[in-house]
Design a protein around this ligand. Sequence first.
Ligand SMILES: Cc1ncc(COP(=O)(O)O)c(C=O)c1O
Length: 389
Amino acid sequence: MKSLSHIAGKLQGQKMFQILAQAKELEQKGVDVIHLEIGDPDFNSPPQVIEAACAGLRNGHTHYTISAGMKEFREVAAEMTQRSRGFLPTIDQILVTPGANIQLYLAIACLVNPGEEVIITDPCFVSYTSIIELCGAKAVKVPLLEQNEFNVDPKDLRKAVTKNTRMIIINSPNNPTGALMTEEEIKEVYEIAESFDLYLLSDEVYGRMVYKDDRTQFFSPSVYDQCKKRTLLVHSFSKSYAMTGWRIGAVAGPEMVIQRMALLLETITSCVSPFIQMAAVQAMTSSQDYIDEMILTYRKRRDLIVAGLNDIDGIQCLKPGGAFYVFPNIKGTGLASEDFSNTVLANTGVATCPGNYFGEGGEGYVRFCYTNSDEKILEAIDRIKKFLS
Ligand SMILES: Cc1ncc(COP(=O)(O)O)c(C=O)c1O
């Protein structure tokens, strides 16, 4: 039989989807599974957004559209950027994409040559490593340490830069840790990118999911160059609008880069469905109150899960400032991350994601995603506590 291509051999995918498959299999066997493994909001997409998509379908918006994205979408996204980040990008700085994951691929494929380096953190969102390796580039990892509240130390970052470095990726609020970077930290990272003339990809898919009374507020490095020189602002509707299944997002960056990313998108997916873009315009232009309500709910859940986990022997959990994840240290249980997740799933039906799936630095930690009800979170804590005692 003929062998696969080099690219196929390098594919890693997103391992948490494999845990979801395992959990679903258990469910089919009748196990009462509590899902805390995957970063998918349990809220429904807003009704007016669903209605806008249906209206788009009914009104014949069912054909190809411009590959960079509909003008109306990009205009509204530019205005949103002005309101949220304080600067108005041109519409040629914005590209509409099916979710944020592909933005990472488009950016890395257009900006990084095989053999060149991209600095990421360890742990980090799984796609970074997978996509960098898929593109034949090298992922250079800087640690995120619990004693530093999972924030990147600029000294480590500076040390990681070599003559082959092309890009730094940051992600605040963070997956898997939930950590929120301060303005000072982001400024230092931007200065490093600037001093070595590197691209800075800022993954802000959780940018709206910030618990405002915490130490810090959300801050984006895009304010420094208005996405004109080096910053790429990665954004999507998946998390903040509870629209993971719609596959819609937008990325902002320098016009010359966005133009190339648009060509690549055109090459591999042609364009994003127009009725989905119309729904996203509705999401951006209608009242944003429901997002605030979701954030309040997530915050209450965060407090519940942090308190609950800290009450279990052998587990210590920081209280993160954003996203919908906690990343407790489970070393005191004597179990490795994968053993913890596997045995907890098999014995209690609680599905979680082992920390080492996010990089070696995640060993000894487990990611819990609190996109589930208060009752289910309390029940999950109770089951784990009983199992481990
Ligand atoms: C940090 C981060 N970036 C990007 C994505 C991709 O999001 P999507 O492709 O659903 O927009 C995710 C999804 O979990 C994520 O956690």
